[in-house]
Design a protein around this ligand. Structure first.
Ligand SMILES: CCCCCCCC/C=C\CCCCCCCC(=O)SCCNC(=O)CCNC(=O)[C@H](O)C(C)(C)COP(=O)(O)OP(=O)(O)OC[C@H]1O[C@@H](n2cnc3c(N)ncnc32)[C@H](O)[C@@H]1OP(=O)(O)O
Length: 156
């Protein structure tokens, strides 16, 4: 049995996200785990994730960075408190800010590796840096500000 991923601990009511929700049949359903102090997601883009033939669409890379980083933010808070991710109170993070630099074209048809590192934790905010690599070369770099969800998130 592979080690559980961060997303395995998301409650069902927050498991519909296009990038990371295990219940979203048409989504990316990414899976993220710690490898030492870094978080790692591996994902192989599909033909529909094409930008120009042979290369990955940048929006897909942004989605990977986004959900990889919000998951890393939640996991980092549990880790800081020395708590398992299935313990209460639950930490849930949404994206406050998403920045991506595209450094080189990303080839389609190979597995991508997203690696994240927590830059800082400040109150209700976690800043995560992430890189996307293909064939051992970093092709995109991102930074996400993840904010802890408040009670009643989404009510207007
Ligand atoms: C039992 C087991 C449990 C397991 C655990 C499960 C955990 C995981 C659970 C579930 C995950 C599934 C979901 C994944 C989601 C994937 C990613 C998305 O697509 S999310 C959708 C897109 N994002 C939005 O729609 C947000 C819309 N914006 C907002 O709702 C608010 O603006 C929000 C929440 C981001 C912040 O609002 P405020 O009222 O809560 O808080 P304020 O005080 O304004 O901000 C908090 C801190 O963040 C900074 N901040 C806010 N916006 C920022 C920005 N744009 N850039 C930089 N910093 C920003 C602020 O300056 C503040 O920092 P200072 O405390 O002052 O240091």
């Amino acid at each position: 049995m592979p080690e559980p991923a961060f997303q395995d601990y998301y409650p069902e009511n927050v498991s519909h996200c296009y990038g990371c929700g295990s219940l979203n049949a048409l989504g990316l359903r990414i899976r993220t785990r710690w490898e030492g102090d870094e978080s790692v997601t591996r994902f192989t883009p599909r033909p529909e994730h094409t930008a120009i033939p042979g290369f990955v669409y940048g929006g897909l890379l942004a989605s990977l960075v986004d959900c990889h980083s919000t998951g890393t933010a939640a996991a980092a808070m549990y880790r800081q408190e020395g708590r398992a991710m299935d313990t209460l109170p639950a930490y849930r993070f949404v994206t406050a800010s998403l920045h991506v630099d595209y450094l080189a074209p990303t080839p389609l048809g190979v597995e991508l590796e997203v690696r994240g590192r927590v830059k800082r934790i400040e109150g209700r905010k976690v800043v995560v840096e992430a890189t996307v690599s293909a064939l051992g070369k970093v092709t995109a770099r991102g930074e996400v500000v993840a904010a802890q969800m408040r009670e009643g998130f989404g009510q207007v």
